[in-house]
Ligand binder design. Structure first.
Ligand SMILES: [Zn+2]
Length: 154
């Protein structure tokens, strides 16, 4: 009976196959950086506030999370660790493999800066919202409203 559990055994518990659909989609979201929990929280809050937007516009630099095309404005929702939110407690570099992480995270931050510069150069306004801000959604919505202008219910 024990043998019928197959080759996977213990090692298999860490593979994608054994995750629940929810765990798998969470992990894929983390890898792709889209549809993450903070991003979904921002999308829901702004939708409730009456804003309409497109998602993950692939033709724009950095594939912005929310695109308000008629306003020529975009919003990124960044994870504090992966995008190195300056001064944020969750953005610290891990204590092991420090050089590896420092290089990787610096590269992420540099890529973000390039993308934002490219967007601005072609006339887009850019707002970056951070994961840690989603703990106070009313403040976040106020910031987004100041950036976007009033919502039109269209
Ligand atoms: Zn943060």
């Amino acid at each position: 009976l024990r043998k019928s559990r197959g080759i996977g055994g213990f090692a298999g518990t860490l593979s994608m196959d054994t995750l629940t659909p929810e765990q798998r989609s969470k992990r894929m979201a983390a890898i792709r950086g889209t549809n993450t929990k903070p991003e979904l929280a921002v999308r829901r809050a702004l939708h409730r506030a009456g804003y309409r937007y497109r998602l993950h516009e692939g033709r724009l630099p950095g594939r912005p999370d929310l695109v308000f095309a008629s306003r020529r404005k975009v919003i990124f929702v960044h994870g504090c660790f992966w995008h190195q939110h300056k001064g944020c407690r969750t953005s610290h570099i891990p204590k092991s493999r420090t050089a590896y992480w420092a290089e990787k995270l610096d590269a992420n931050a540099a890529r973000d800066s390039r993308n934002i510069a490219a967007l601005k150069a072609s006339g887009w306004s850019v707002l970056v919202l951070w994961e840690c801000q989603t703990k106070r959604l009313e403040v976040l919505v106020a910031e987004a409203t100041a950036f976007l202008g009033p919502a039109r219910l269209d």
